[in-house]
Design a protein. Structure first.
Length: 147
């Protein structure tokens, strides 16, 4: 395991509104505020989403399996923000449920707010981290040390 050590910088508290795109809004805040590295916690509701629930095949290149919903659900999730060559990218995993049904995964295929969503963005200062494409897996992964 590789690692780097940083410290918590600014803490941003954000509220999402009905119909907003979760990824677009959080990534937009990060870009506007110049945040390159962060930890993210969200709670609230999602109106609809497309969630990665695992790979179709556990060897590369990775082709994701998706599960969709469009019936308003609760979400509790944690994630990170690290930049690729052009902008901050949110990577989020969480539990998304309604009644007795729960989906656990990454809603990167799309996620829109239901009613309200609360996000806390914890900026991480002093780390040299980015997202770069892994040629074997075909996805952007966290890279430390500018490698």
């Amino acid at each position: 395991m590789e690692y780097d050590i940083g410290k918590v910088g600014r803490v941003i508290v954000a509220r999402g509104f009905e119909g907003e795109d979760v990824y677009a809004e959080i990534e937009s805040i990060a870009a506007k505020e110049g945040i390159r590295n962060a930890a993210v916690v969200i709670v609230g509701g999602l109106r609809s989403g497309k969630v990665v629930v695992g790979p179709e095949n556990p060897t590369g290149p990775i082709k994701p399996m998706f599960r969709q919903f469009d019936d308003a659900r609760e979400i509790a999730a944690v994630g990170t923000i690290f930049c690729d060559e052009t902008r901050p990218l949110l990577h989020l995993h969480g539990a998304i449920g309604r009644g007795d049904e729960t989906i656990v995964g990454c809603p990167r295929g799309g996620a829109t707010v239901f009613c309200v969503l609360e996000a806390i963005i914890f900026e991480i200062e002093g780390v040299n981290a980015s997202r770069k494409i892994d040629p074997e897996l075909g996805i952007k992964l966290l890279t430390l040390g500018g490698a």
